[in-house]
Design a protein around this ligand. Structure first.
Ligand SMILES: C[S@@+](CC[C@H](N)C(=O)[O-])C[C@H]1O[C@@H](n2cnc3c(N)ncnc32)[C@H](O)[C@@H]1O
Length: 221
């Protein structure tokens, strides 16, 4: 439930940590982590939402650490739709008491093709914590392509992982991808922010896929 500031507390209590570990050990190929994201990582991920984001989709909500942080950033009329394939996590997410929050017990591989049906209004951001490296390459490609199609023109696809293995795939579909490192998590995260409209990042002077591509072209001449 939101507190008096409309924000959710994001503290993983010891019981919550033990429960996450139990679920993770019983379904490691889906969960891909032993602990939920740290509060620092959750904040760093949620900071990547586009300014004024209203409608957000989440892939792989787990025990809802990142979901709560996202809800804390959304306006009163906002909407967070979280897709979760593990039945224990999906059931416990149902206890998050917030009218803006919907949990769908769905596999992202199939559901990514129907994102526009699952979310009312334009999708401003998709935030993903699913372990891409455990997913078949064709399915990874399908998820990234469908996400690109479903996002609004200024939308962001925010992917947090323990490696940058997904970066190349994101760069194939999105005109610019920004990479950040968040060490305050077990294990540290790379947060990759793929921008549907490459302009906003290119003008900020940050390291972007566009710049890397230009550099590669220049050095190959
Ligand atoms: C690394 S955990 C992240 C959990 C949570 N977001 C956090 O940051 O603490 C990955 C989550 O993605 C879910 N997941 C993995 N593959 C999925 C898929 N194909 N569709 C939906 N959820 C998936 C797992 O069940 C797990 O809850």
């Amino acid at each position: 439930m939101p507190n008096s500031n409309g924000r959710h507390r994001n503290s993983a209590k010891p019981n919550g940590l033990r429960r996450f570990l139990e679920v993770a050990l019983s379904d490691y190929r889906h969960v891909g982590a032993l602990l939920p994201s740290s509060k620092y990582a959750c904040r760093s991920v949620a900071n990547q939402l586009p300014t004024g984001a209203v409608n957000v989709v989440e892939y792989g909500a787990g025990s809802g650490q990142v979901s709560r942080e996202i809800l804390g950033r959304l306006p009163g009329h906002g909407q967070l739709v979280s897709l979760e394939v593990n039945p224990d996590f999906a059931a416990s997410l149902g206890t998050i008491d917030d009218p803006r929050f919907t949990v769908l017990y769905h596999d992202v591989v199939a559901a990514s093709a129907r994102l526009r049906e699952l979310c009312e209004g334009q999708i401003d951001a998709v935030v993903s914590g699913i372990p891409f490296s455990f997913i078949e390459p064709d399915d990874q490609r399908h998820i990234v392509a469908n996400t690109f199609d479903a996002l609004s023109p200024q939308g962001h696809f925010v992917v947090y992982q323990n490696s940058t293995r997904t970066l190349g795939l994101l760069e194939e579909h999105f005109p610019s991808v920004q990479v950040m490192f968040e060490p305050r998590n077990f294990l540290p995260y790379f947060i990759m922010v793929a921008h549907k409209n490459g302009q906003d990042v290119a003008s900020s002077g940050q390291k972007t896929a566009e710049k890397r591509k230009k550099r590669r072209l220049a050095t190959s001449r």
